[in-house]
Design a protein around this ligand. Structure first.
Ligand code: MN
Length: 415
């Protein structure tokens, strides 16, 4: 129990303690904090007060988490224990009025920033239902899953520079599209803008070029997870992707939630993943519970609506390939993974229409509409729409939550 009161519905009880970069209205510069209930504990103040004996480099006064992430698994665990002790009932912090005043801030008086300086962004395609649904719509159910899919975690290299935090609006992208009934491509704002409900994880500690991260070691290299909205312009994508895959249809923006939830906080919510048949190659085999039971939700609010409406409920347990397999696979060729690399899961979909992680799947490639209010429906996103992804693990009277990633769509620039 914490001396700070936290409701059972809060995303941020003392069992969670996610890291983020924040700035209180009284601060000049951003710094590292952990969320606790409706408050943020300023770790730069705690560090300056000498509570972290193993830290030397003022890692919590930095504007990104990277320097802390690079210190490795043992340090992360040690720091987490110090923070748990400080926030527990009858702690030194609970009894020190002056230190509490300097280090604890109301979350609603703080601005959140991008938590990590993102080096590289890779996006997988690891949800079976998503791959099956999209494959079925395009190629029919018999050919939905490609022959490599159950052997190899499919991914592509995305773009890190356009990864943005929750709250930063995106502009509808301009681009080339080509309709089947026309001879030549058109140019203009995308008419098929879509969200993708994903989770992502950050690499904490790197591996050397030419060496891989064996799957048994991957856990210690992963710092934590965030919600990811991997924006997609479907009409641009379908024209540009042959033969090298997505490019401008994806790299205009990817939104992430501001709080990084550590694997230590998620430990109790590990579950058996989907059955993998055929058995993966040895370098991808890992015994035990390697999936996570994280409830995921998509809500949408148009300009005309007062409140968002939930349009989809999914769960990260729908992933076929788990995060340990993704990291082992990514580095098996000797690719050097670096501190701050973001690896996305791919769209996470369940079976039913209202469990799907993108509009492309919910509308059967734009053929039917999704109801978003009593007066409006959508095939794809419109200007002024706000998309809100959220997620949490349900414990016994507490939640390990991710907060949300909330993004409004602005009209395309007028050329
Ligand atoms: Mn994606």
């Amino acid at each position: 129990m914490s001396f700070i009161e936290v409701s059972a519905e809060s995303d941020f009880p003392i069992q969670n303690l996610p890291y983020g970069i924040f700035k209180h209205i009284s601060h000049d510069v951003p710094r590292v904090g952990v969320a606790i209930g409706d408050f943020i504990l300023d770790l730069s103040v705690i560090e300056q007060s000498g509570f972290f004996k193993d830290l030397t480099d003022h890692v919590f006064s930095k504007e990104y988490l990277n320097d802390f992430m690079a210190l490795g698994f043992e340090i992360w665990n040690g720091v987490r224990q110090v923070i748990i002790n400080l926030l527990s009932e009858n702690s030194l912090l609970s009894e020190n009025d002056e230190l509490r005043k300097k280090s604890i801030f109301q979350m609603n008086e703080c601005e959140m920033y991008l938590p990590v300086k993102i080096n590289e962004f890779t996006d997988f395609y690891s949800s079976y239902n998503h791959a099956f649904n999209v494959g079925s719509l395009i190629r029919g159910p018999e050919n939905a899953i490609m022959e490599n899919w159950k052997h190899i975690p499919i991914a592509y290299h995305g773009r890190a520079s356009s990864v943005i935090p929750s709250g930063v609006p995106i502009r509808r992208p301009l681009g080339q599209t080509k309709s089947a009934d026309k001879e030549l491509p058109d140019f203009g704002p995308s008419k098929r803008l879509d969200f993708e409900l994903e989770m992502g994880f950050f690499v904490g500690t790197p591996n050397e070029l030419g060496k891989n991260i064996p799957i048994e070691d991957t856990y210690k290299h992963i710092f934590g997870m965030v919600l990811v909205n991997d924006w997609s312009a479907r009409d641009i994508q379908v024209w540009e992707y042959k033969p090298l895959g997505p490019f401008l249809s994806k790299n205009f923006a990817t939104s992430i939630s501001p709080w990084v939830v550590t694997l230590q906080a998620l430990e109790e919510f590990r579950i058996q993943g989907m059955k993998q048949d055929p058995t993966p190659l040895p370098y991808l085999q890992l015994a035990g519970k390697n999936a996570y039971d994280i409830k995921l939700q998509v809500a949408l609010k148009s300009d005309k609506m007062d409140n968002p409406r939930i349009i989809s409920n999914s769960n990260s347990s729908h992933l076929y390939w788990n995060i340990f397999q993704q990291l082992a696979h990514h580095s098996i060729n000797g690719c050097n993974m670096q501190t701050g690399d973001l690896l996305g899961s791919g769209t996470i979909s369940g079976v039913e229409i209202d469990e799907r992680g993108c509009l492309l799947e919910m509308t059967l490639l734009g053929k039917q509409s999704v109801r978003i209010s009593d007066t409006e429906d959508r095939k794809f996103l419109e200007d002024g729409d706000t998309v809100i992804l959220s997620g949490y693990c349900q414990g016994d009277n507490y939640r390990i939550g991710f907060g949300s990633v909330e993004t409004r769509i602005l009209p395309a620039i007028d050329l």
